[in-house]
Design a protein. Sequence first.
Length: 368
Amino acid sequence: MKIENLKTPTILLNIEALENNIKKYQKMCDDNKKELWPMIKTHKSKKLMEMQIKAGATGALCGTLDEAEMCCDLGIKIMYAYPVASKENIERVIELTKKCDFIIRLDNYDAAKLINDIALRENVTVNYTIIVDSGLHRFGLPVEKVVEFADRLKGFKGLKFVGISSHPGHVYGATNSNEIHKYVLDECGTLDKAKELLEKAGYKLEYITTGSTPTVEESVKNKNINVFHPGNYVFLDSIQLSIKKAEIKDCALTVYATVISHPSEDLYICDAGAKCLGLDQGAHGNSSIVGYGTVKGHPELTIDSLSEEVGKIHVHGKTDIKVGDKIEIIPNHSCSTANLCSYYTVVKDNEVIDSIPVDVRGNSFKRI
């Protein structure tokens, strides 16, 4: 089937761009003798994780326990990005620990105690890294409190300390590529200092892990960090375009839509809205993002607003689009768009060649 014969809206996955992105970032890590454990909340797909493993990834960072459970039989290291605190999710962590090489991240005593108590009851030892705050101020301890926290957890026999982790997510506040270096300094400097303090206190660190798509190209050269977790790199998106970390040809995930109305001279309506494109305009305050996506081949068009099912497109200057035309839109945040579909429609050279399931979309499983 030709792409132009597809129903709209449809989420397209350009297989050539995807494969190139996977190879490029794997090579960055291989060339610097680092492990790549990609953050898979971007794609939530077992098939895409298998492609990353085939390219050389040795682990996965998961944003949900559903993702971790999906990867459990793949023979790789699995890290869960956040603490858990409910009995139900701690029990899932225990089962993951029994079944695979699993690591959780911790940043507070209360969650650690809850996990430890159940781990002891189940005769299991849960591996963990301490989250260090490198500037995002979401999860994590200030670097000067890391040793104190590690000391507090020493007595927990159901837990085993294996290293430190961070995420320089505040880099998404950058508005151009020149600003990225200062976030790399935050990321690397914080982990370097945490390692120094912990080793001085007698701790052995097996893993020092971090990563984001914008920072990894520079931070991968750090001598201390040994595992990197970029995620968005597989798809890329308009946020990455805005900070010059991608070109349009690199963006693998797009929304295919039809122009369905032309209410006024400078206004068109397409049949892709917030339920396809999402309302994200930058994860952490990116003021360089204009509108709700980039229309490929039409720099004169801006998607100014979204309803649930349709988008309003304004024209700046002249355009040749008309009602009935189909357009491709690079979403602002491809991770959000991916979570809004159940299948990726895979395309190559204007042909539709496959469908790949999004196996673990958020809240897509029955609870009873």
